[in-house]
Every structure is written in structure tokens, then in C-alpha cells.
Design a protein around this ligand. Structure first.
Ligand code: AMP
Length: 602
């Protein structure tokens, strides 16, 4: 693995890279930058969004252009206004120490004369959407006759959106001898044709395989009856309290309907589709970026160019018509080195499409069960407990403390905690205690009805555990499963139903292994801190071991010493993370709950 210095970038760029906090080049940067710096060549790069491709073409372009000249030397074409602005911003940041650099973004929906004025001041680099670029060329507002470097970014998307004619027209106004760098997530025939037509013996690099999904994203599917789709969506959101997601629907109508329904049910959601005005779309995107919206419901077209790095989950409310589109959807998560989950809610008639997608993305889906009510309640409760534990005390409360103390004079600590949590929990519990099992077995029937059709109750041969490590400790379900198998020296299938949440997780083993698991984790340290494993209340996909209900509480009491010790290093980290990331959903909505279901509506 090289460093940015070893890739041959100049000091101005290295300085900016340090400011940006990039430690090492990403794969596409490592592959593309030396080629583009060392030779005057055309390039075809197959890379997903979120892999750092803007810098892969941006650094070489910035290094090669002459900032002392006012002539336009670099042209970057991108499919959407969103992406265009994002690229222009990134280029400005990368080039912030390149004195005299002027990067101008031109795109539809904004004043064309203002943009023309900016170009006239001398833009060495123009980042443009094809439609507006063509318009400005025909009105002689830009001169791209001396371009040396042109980039076709997200070429597959541009062609999907019908920009082929525009691109052809734009490129006909550029010099023959320029270099063209084409970046695309997938390589459909149309892209290959463009590459052939406009490029001269391009070098090729591939990050991952063609059409392949990034390895940072895990793929899951959930089989439900079509009429339960919406309930399934809610449960998947509720089972992941820190979710920051894009939900994809097939039509504008469904997108609007699902978003409205989520809002009505108390979720912080927003719709993004083509029937909204540009202004409305900008507002929604702004709220999503600021994390005021936790769930963005979008159509494929409107979601093009969503460049938000922290998306934790992509939920395919419905599968796309074109299977290839799945790659684009899932590529919205797992960006910038982070991990992500792409979930698909399918009905029986669609399940065969999963196999086709697996072939295209060359990754396997895991079939999972929609979490049951008890599991969701436990996840939410523990998430709330974590949040409270990590909350900075507001000392404005101090002056009211004696009155509050007076009120609770006769309430012991356990009672107080229970009351405090019940404020949120009871409503949530009430909502879910009568919820049905949504899972459909492969033969088309409901999943095992374990408790008269309810998700609560029931017995099984397996034990569900809670463990106090999660994705914040760099675990995903595969890593946690491997970790447990290795530590406990268990066989391949001995650990199952592993569910990794933010700061804690769940897993199952057969009942016979319970004593071994609990004994092993009595005093176990991982990376300097105590790992706590307890029998969980919920069954994981519908299992619960009622005999263990009391035990868990006892364990927690007995684990006080461990809990104190584990709290320090870990929870400081948690606090830092939560400050930066989560704007409480309830802050301005009037919904004072982290728990969403406000109505007992199912
Ligand atoms: P892109 O694929 O260009 O949209 O980049 C996705 C995100 O990764 C952007 O927010 C970049 O700022 C960030 N990024 C690009 N290169 C690196 C790097 N080498 N290290 C860390 N983050 C990066």
C-alpha cells in the first residue's frame, strides 16, 4: 500500500490531503493516480461511488493544469446537479493551496447568466451536468475548445438518464488530442461503446469486479407477504435505532406514500422524487445531510448523485425493475471505507430475483427474519440505556434537584430506573406486544407461529445472548460470528442469528452451549475492555427462553463491577460519536420519543 507522497502528488495537494484527514489512498486512487500523473493517456476506471474516485481523477487533474492561465483546461461531466456540486466542492477542497485555481460548477435550475459570469472570470476547471453544458455551448457562454482533460463521471448513470446525445455533442466541441478519463460503476454495452468511440487506447483499471458490489456492504433479504411490506420496513427501522437510511421504491407514488405514512407514524422521514420542485428536493436533501431526516424515501432517478457518506442502510422496499439498478442502490451505503447493509424486502413471487442479483453483484444474500416485537423492544431499550449513559449532564437541572429528590425520596434506585425507562418503553412495548410474526416461510406460509400468532413468548432449543460489542467496535455479523467461534472454539454452525447493532449485539447457540458461553465470558477482556455476555430476553427471529428472564436481571446486578470498568473507555468513544452524528429525531417534531410507533396502528 502506497502513501499519497509515493503516488507522486505535489506539496500543495499533500498539504490539502493532510487537512482533509485522508491517511492513505483508496484502491481506485492507488491505481489511477500514478497512471494519470505519469502518462498522457485515456483511462476507463470501473469504480463505485464512495470509493474515492473524485480524488482519483481530481488530484491528477489539479496537478496537471496550469493555474496561472485563465483558459478552461479540465471538464468534468456528471449526471446530476447534486453530484456536480459535490465534485466541484471536493475539487475546491483538494486544490485549496493551488493559488489562482478557479473551479466552476454549471448545472440546471440555477441562473445561467451567473454561471456564465463565473466562467468568464477564468475557470481552469468546469464541472457540469450535460444538459446545462450543452445549453451554454450553444449560447457561446463557455469555450471548451482548449480542454486537455475531460472526465465522464458515473458514465453509466449519464447514459441511463439519456444524456448520450448531449455528451456526444459536448465532446465534439473539445480538441481531438485531449485525454478522456471515464469513471463508471458498471460496464453496460452503452458505456463500452462510448469508450470505444471517444477514447484512444484507454488504459483500464477495475476496483472490485465489473458490476460488483463493494465488499463493505452486506446484503440481506426478508421474505414477507406483499401486504406486510410497510410493517416490515418499520420493524427493520425499529430494530436499528441508529439507522440512517435510504429506502428505495419503484414509483413516485409509492415513494410519496411510504414517506407520508412514515411521517404520520412518527418517524423522521422525507420523500425525494421527480414530482417535487428543485427547491423542495434541495430542502429534503439538506435535512437528510444534517440528519434531521433519518430515513429518505426515494426513487432511483431522484436518488442519483446522493453522496452522503454515513448512510448505514439501504432498504429496497421494492426491487428495481432493472436488476443492474440494485448495484447503484446498494452503493449508496458502505461509502468512504465504512460498512453498510443493503436490505431487500421481498414477497414470494420476487424471491427468484435475489438469485439473479447475486449473480450480477457476485455476492451472496443472507436470508434473515424480520425481527419480532420482543427483540425490537430489547434493542430499543438497550439503545436508550446507552444514550442515557452517554448523555452529558445539563447542569441547569442542578437548581431543581432538591425538589426532584424530594419527590423521589421514597423511591429506590431500581424503581427509579424502571419508572424512568417506562416513560418511553411502555408505549413501545404496548405497540409491539400484540404484533404478529411477519415472516413467510419458503413454502409460502407464515413463519412458525410460536405463541398463538404473536411474537412474544414461546420456547426453543436455542439460547439468545446479548453481548456488549457492536459495529462501533468494528464488528459486523460475520466478524462477530468468527470472533465467537474462535474464542469459544466452536464449530461452523454453532453460532447463529448474529445481529450486530451499534454498540451491542445478539447471537444464538444451542442450549447445551449456554453454560460454556456464559462461563467463558465471566471475566473476558477484548482489546483492553471487559466483554459482557448475558442471556437475552428476546429469541432472535422468534425464539425466546423464558427460563432465562430472571437470570438476565440477576446477571446485570452482579455485573456491576464489570459494568463500571467497561464504561470508561468505551463510552467516552460513544459520546464523541453520538455528538457528531445524531440530531435527536424528537427535537423539533414535538415527538419526545426515541421510540417511534406513536399509534397502536398495525
Ligand atoms: P467519492 O467516491 O469520490 O464520492 O468519495 C467518497 C468520500 O470519500 C468523499 O467524502 C471523500 O472525501 C472521501 N475520500 C476520498 N478519498 C479518501 C481517502 N483516501 N481517505 C479517506 N476518505 C477519502
Amino acid at each position: 500500500m502506497s502513501t499519497f507522497q509515493e503516488l507522486g502528488l505535489n506539496d500543495d495537494l499533500l498539504h490539502a490531503i493532510t487537512d482533509l484527514g485522508f491517511i492513505k489512498p483508496s484502491e481506485v486512487q492507488e491505481k489511477a493516480i500514478p497512471i494519470l500523473l505519469e502518462s498522457e493517456t485515456d483511462l476507463v476506471a470501473l469504480a463505485q461511488t464512495g470509493t474515492g474516485k473524485t480524488a482519483a481523477f481530481g488530484f491528477p487533474m489539479l496537478e496537471k493544469i496550469d493555474v496561472n492561465s485563465r483558459t478552461t483546461q479540465g471538464l468534468i461531466l456528471s449526471p446530476t446537479r447534486e453530484l456536480c456540486l459535490q465534485i466541484a466542492n471536493e475539487m475546491k477542497q483538494y486544490g485549496k493551496y493551488c493559488k489562482g485555481l478557479n473551479v466552476v460548477a454549471i448545472y440546471g435550475g440555477s441562473s445561467i447568466t451567473d454561471q456564465a459570469r463565473e466562467v468568464k472570470r477564468g475557470a481552469q476547471i468546469i464541472v457540469a451536468t450535460p444538459g446545462r453544458m450543452k445549453d451554454m455551448i450553444s449560447r457561446r457562454m463557455v469555450d471548451i475548445s482548449k480542454i486537455q482533460y475531460s472526465v465522464l463521471d458515473e458514465a453509466d448513470e449519464m447514459l441511463n438518464m439519456g444524456f448520450k446525445e448531449d455528451i456526444t455533442d459536448i465532446l465534439s466541441h473539445t480538441p481531438e488530442e485531449k485525454n478522456t478519463w471515464l469513471f463508471s460503476a458498471t460496464m453496460p454495452r452503452e458505456v463500452a461503446t462510448i469508450a470505444k468511440k471517444f477514447m484512444n487506447a484507454p488504459q483500464e483499471i477495475t476496483v472490485g469486479n465489473k458490476n460488483e458490489s463493494t465488499s463493505n456492504v452486506s446484503h440481506e433479504y426478508y421474505l414477507v407477504n406483499a401486504r406486510d411490506r410497510y410493517q416490515a420496513l418499520k420493524r427493520l427501522s425499529d430494530a436499528n435505532p441508529d439507522i440512517f437510511s435510504v429506502v428505495f421504491c419503484r414509483t413516485k407514488r409509492d415513494t410519496q406514500k411510504v414517506a407520508e405514512q412514515l411521517i404520520e407514524d412518527g418517524y423522521s422521514a422525507g420523500a425525494l422524487h421527480g414530482d417535487l420542485s428543485q427547491n423542495q428536493r434541495d430542502l429534503v436533501m439538506k435535512s437528510f445531510r444534517n440528519k434531521q431526516i433519518q430515513t429518505l424515501v426515494a426513487t432511483d432517478v431522484a436518488a442519483r448523485g446522493i453522496d452522503v457518506d454515513d448512510i448505514t442502510h439501504v432498504i429496497n422496499y421494492q426491487l428495481p425493475d432493472e436488476i443492474e439498478t440494485y448495484t447503484h442502490r446498494s452503493g449508496r451505503t458502505g461509502r468512504a471505507g465504512k460498512t453498510g447493509v443493503s436490505m431487500v424486502i421481498v414477497s414470494k413471487s420476487e424471491v427468484r430475483k435475489i438469485k439473479s442479483i447475486e449473480r450480477i453483484i457476485k455476492r451472496q444474500f443472507e436470508k434473515k427474519d424480520i425481527p419480532d416485537g420482543s427483540e425490537i423492544c430489547e434493542v430499543q431499550l438497550m439503545s436508550l440505556a446507552n444514550k442515557i449513559h452517554n448523555t452529558e449532564v445539563n447542569h441547569e437541572i442542578d437548581k431543581h434537584l432538591s425538589s426532584i429528590n424530594e419527590l423521589f425520596e421514597d423511591t429506590d434506585k431500581d424503581e427509579l430506573i424502571k419508572k424512568f425507562f417506562s416513560v418511553e418503553f411502555t408505549r413501545f412495548y404496548n405497540y409491539y406486544q400484540k404484533s404478529k410474526n411477519l415472516n413467510v416461510s419458503d413454502d409460502g406460509g407464515r413463519g412458525r407461529d410460536r405463541d398463538g400468532g404473536r411474537d412474544f413468548g414461546g420456547k426453543s432449543n436455542s439460547t439468545r445472548y446479548f453481548i456488549n460489542v457492536g459495529s462501533k467496535d468494528s464488528f459486523d455479523w460475520m466478524k462477530l460470528k468468527d470472533f465467537l467461534k474462535e474464542q469459544l472454539q466452536l464449530g461452523r454452525d454453532d453460532v447463529f442469528k448474529v445481529e450486530v447493532k451499534d454498540s451491542f449485539s445478539f447471537f444464538n447457540t444451542e442450549n447445551e452451549l449456554k453454560d460454556k458461553v456464559l462461563a467463558f465470558f465471566t471475566d473476558f477482556k477484548h482489546e483492553g475492555r471487559f466483554v459482557n455476555v448475558e442471556v437475552s430476553e428476546n429469541r432472535g427471529g422468534g425464539r425466546r427462553n423464558d427460563r432465562n428472564r430472571g437470570r438476565r436481571r440477576d446477571d446485570r446486578k452482579g455485573g456491576g463491577r464489570r459494568d463500571e470498568r467497561r464504561s470508561d473507555s468505551r463510552n467516552r468513544g460513544d459520546r464523541r460519536r453520538s455528538e457528531g452524528s445524531s440530531k435527536p429525531r424528537h427535537s423539533d417534531s414535538g415527538n419526545s420519543s426515541t421510540f417511534k410507533p406513536r399509534r397502536s396502528r398495525r
